[in-house]
Design a protein around this ligand. Structure first.
Ligand code: SF4
Ligand code: SF4
Length: 269
């Protein structure tokens, strides 16, 4: 997330101890809120656009820029930093005041100085795919938080940073992030990239796509699930991840309604 960072490659476990404290009294206060690249998760966008009281489309237009990842051809939303020399975060109130969206800050700000990753493994006789989370330290020269005396474990830090809701929502997204272009094959075409971006980040537009198009005539979605998605943004977002996996042919995560596709002619007929 931050420039000049040193990422320690040793994977940490939830009980790993470290000393750290970030508060208004540290000399480096808010130094980490400039000259950075922050890739947003879909849940970051949901929390921030609700915090600002604007639609997801307005948030994306105003506060983000899109970059296409080389390895996956996925389009990702990054926070658009200020047009000044320091590239200051738009949510930084000032060097004394700190973050204006603190309780809804993006997950990478929340976890810092811990970084989070996911590995994909195969387990059991069926060689089932499982995703496992891991943690590591990121250290930057300017960050003096490591000189403070408050002791944490990775687990107690996560609890202190109120990351449980973020972790729960980001799980499905991390699985999507691990998809790569097939070797020797072209990446996603523009139509798929547009769908990917909408389903990932533009939840208000995705809601219209589900409920105001022929989507529900084509896909087999239960009434219970439809009712949940109508009243709960988190349920709609989890459905969006299933839609992305279907679109990317990662999993048969959605089913088409019977009769949508012509049945294969039977042999001999
Ligand atoms: S969102 Fe808040 S914590 Fe994160 S970089 Fe911006 S000002 Fe700093
Ligand atoms: S202690 Fe580290 S995380 Fe806290 S303000 Fe300073 S640089 Fe940022």
């Amino acid at each position: 997330m931050f420039n000049m960072k040193v990422v320690e490659t040793t994977a940490l476990n939830p009980e790993t101890k470290f000393k750290f404290r970030c508060h208004k009294g540290v000399k480096c206060f808010t130094k980490c809120c400039s000259n950075i690249d922050i890739m947003l998760t879909p849940y970051d966008v949901l929390r921030l656009k609700n915090r600002l009281g604007i639609s997801s489309s307005e948030f994306l237009d105003e506060y983000t820029m899109m970059r296409v990842d080389d390895k996956s051809s996925h389009p990702y939303a990054y926070l658009k930093m200020g047009d000044n020399e320091e590239r200051t975060c738009p949510f930084l109130l000032g060097p004394e005041e700190g973050c204006s969206v603190y309780t809804d800050r993006p997950v990478s700000c929340r976890y810092y100085p811990i970084g989070q990753g996911t590995v994909k493994k195969r387990e059991g006789e069926e060689m089932e795919i499982v995703y496992e989370e891991f943690y590591f330290f990121t250290r930057e020269k300017h960050c003096l938080g490591y000189e403070e005396d408050t002791e944490w474990t990775v687990q107690s830090w996560r609890e202190d940073q109120d990351s449980a809701g973020y972790d729960e929502m980001n799980r499905g997204w991390m699985e999507v992030l691990m998809r790569r272009n097939l070797p020797g094959k072209p990446g996603l075409d523009q139509k798929k990239q547009t769908q990917f971006f909408m389903a990932s980040y533009d939840l208000d537009r995705f809601r219209r796509y589900i409920f105001e198009s022929k989507f529900l005539d084509v896909f087999d979605v239960s009434d219970e699930e439809i009712a949940k998605m109508k009243e709960d943004d988190a349920a709609l977002m989890k459905f969006a991840f299933r839609y992305i996996k279907f679109l990317m042919m990662m999993e048969e995560s959605l089913k088409l309604k019977k009769g949508v596709l012509p049945e294969n002619p039977k042999p001999g007929k």
